[in-house]
Unconditional design. Structure first.
Length: 157
């Protein structure tokens, strides 16, 4: 039996039915709140994946000395399943986290609070996003985590 356009099994009808419908005004906050466990679970999975994979931090110094005239290192290495799974998505995950960090820093910037201060050279500032006193907790956490990371190779620290 062939599906007709008016029947639910028809592809166009299925595609239209799958499109998200606008939510009522009070639902977006509840929906975002419900995503917290999902997002935490996703971050925890990335963290566990990274922890389970082998670290190349120490051996990368050794490999750097093996660069040939073509600018490559002939490497023969043994990978287990966790290493391959991690390496398969690591680049995209790192790019995503860098984008996340940049967006958070762009959101949490100092803003002159505009009040009277006893030290005009150092006016009171607030975060333009969350309005906490500058530096806000969000900025401090981002800075603390980034300060704990090793500097990027060949880049700025």
């Amino acid at each position: 039996m062939h599906a007709q356009p008016s029947q639910p099994g028809h592809q166009v009808g299925s595609l239209l039915a799958a499109e998200p419908q606008p939510a009522p005004a009070d639902e977006p906050d509840r929906t975002q709140e419900q995503r917290v466990p999902e997002l935490r679970e996703r971050l925890e999975a990335i963290r566990l994946s990274a922890r389970g994979a082998s670290s190349w931090l120490e051996s990368s110094g050794h490999y750097a000395r093996l660069i040939n005239r073509g600018g490559f290192v002939p490497v023969s290495a043994r990978f287990d399943v966790r290493d391959l799974a991690f390496l398969g998505s690591a680049r995209e995950q790192v790019l995503g986290f860098a984008r996340l960090g940049l967006r958070i820093i762009d959101l949490h910037q100092p803003l002159d609070a505009g009040g009277i201060t006893s030290n005009p050279a150092s006016p009171v500032q607030r975060c333009r996003s969350c309005m906490w006193r500058w530096p806000c907790p969000t900025f401090r956490v981002v800075a603390e985590v980034l300060d704990e990371l090793p500097p990027p190779p060949g880049g700025r620290s």
